[in-house]
Design a protein around this ligand. Structure first.
Ligand code: ADP
Length: 351
């Protein structure tokens, strides 16, 4: 096929729930690329859709081109990125060396600019975590893996498609979509539960969601169906905390354990913490005894400066409306104060 004529497939470099990723070589000019073969139509469609919208953003992975195969698998030709932020954290943890503040800030700024680009285009990533933040040998960080992304508004398709403008996802904690993408590329709203087969397929990814649970916002853990961009901001807060301490902030072993860890730190989730939380679908089902002395985020960030603790607090808070946006954080004084962020060229990139 066309792809075989243009690329040489080399070794497999990774695999995920629905995808295998290979290193490849473009025959015309020897450029090294990543060939991501996606075995799930829905997930492939989402990834292509989101990446096309975001091309041109320096902190989002480049999609050179893509192919649909007859079996409905897709092959994405992506820029090849050698390592990821999870490796940066793991290497620093192994060496027992905290990341220098100047480097930390440069990583954070790159994540924030990538996420700002996503959110400006109303792309909700939904699966932000260090292993999905890929890094080039030059130290450029790129947000990758948009297989679970949603585009919250799609200008131009509404007129011909009789669905209302939506700016929030109608969804639930187990990825049971109520917004699905049809084969002709138009988004349509369906009622939750209609497409059982599709749901089951999605639910089948439970094992791969294990790593992701640690970055899941409380509203998702309580079964929210009308969440928004703020779920990415919670994940971002967890990632920042991990960069600061080199350890996951909330390493839950199950969904209930995830919530109980969050509550142990932030305190009970009640109307005083987030007005409206008692309306969350699973709020009445999952109840915890009152936490008398929550540990506080300070306790999770020992030896970090008050500015750093404040930064994490702006993201890791119950009320989604109170979370700072990526754009707001880019303008945070933390990034213009000493020690200044180092240039990208001075970042140490794992071999
Ligand atoms: P999934 O959606 O199945 O999780 P990912 O996009 O996260 O798939 O890719 C799985 C693995 O493949 C990644 O963890 C990474 O190791 C590797 N990979 C993905 N994209 C690239 C890329 N552009 N360059 C190099 N390796 C990549």
């Amino acid at each position: 096929s066309e792809i075989i004529a243009k690329y040489e497939v080399m070794e497999r470099v990774g695999s995920g729930a629905y995808a295998d990723v290979y290193r490849g070589r473009r025959l015309s000019d020897n450029l090294t690329v990543a060939l991501k073969e996606i075995h799930d139509y829905q997930s492939a469609f989402r990834e292509i859709d989101a990446l096309q919208l975001l091309q041109g953003s320096p902190n989002v992975v480049v999609l050179h081109e893509y192919f649909w195969r007859e079996d409905e698998d897709a092959v994405l030709v992506l820029e090849f990125l050698r390592t990821d932020l999870a490796t940066v954290v793991a290497d620093a943890a192994k060496a027992n060396q905290p990341l220098p503040a100047g480097e930390l800030k440069r990583w954070m700024i790159q994540i924030l600019s990538g996420l700002d680009a996503c959110h400006r285009h109303m792309v909700l990533h939904r699966d932000l975590k260090p292993s999905n933040l890929l890094i080039s040998e030059l130290g450029l960080l790129k947000i990758a893996d948009f297989g679970q992304a949603r585009i919250l508004t799609e200008p131009g398709i509404d007129a011909s498609n009789n669905h209302e403008e939506y700016s929030r996802v109608l969804d639930d904690a187990d990825n049971k979509d109520t917004i699905t993408s049809t084969h002709d590329g138009k988004a349509t709203c369906t009622t939750s539960g209609v497409d059982r087969e599709e749901e089951e397929k999605e639910l089948g990814c439970l094992t791969s969601c294990v790593g992701t649970r640690w970055f899941r916002a409380p509203e998702l853990l309580y079964g929210s169906r009308d969440y928004g961009l703020e779920v990415d901001l919670w994940s971002l807060g967890c990632i920042f905390a991990e960069l600061l301490t080199l350890q996951p902030l909330f390493p839950g072993t199950a969904d209930i354990d995830q919530l109980s860890r969050i509550i142990g730190v932030l305190g009970s989730l009640d109307e005083s913490a987030w007005a409206g939380c008692s309306k969350l679908p699973d709020y009445a089902i999952i109840s915890f005894s009152k936490v008398e002395n929550p540990a506080g985020l300070e306790a999770c960030l020992p030896n970090r400066s008050p500015d750093e603790v404040a930064l994490v607090k702006k993201l890791v808070c119950y009320d989604p409306a109170k979370r700072a946006t990526a754009m707001e954080l880019l303008h945070d004084k933390y990034f213009s104060e000493e020690p200044l962020p180092v240039p990208v060229s001075e970042l140490r990139v794992p071999m």
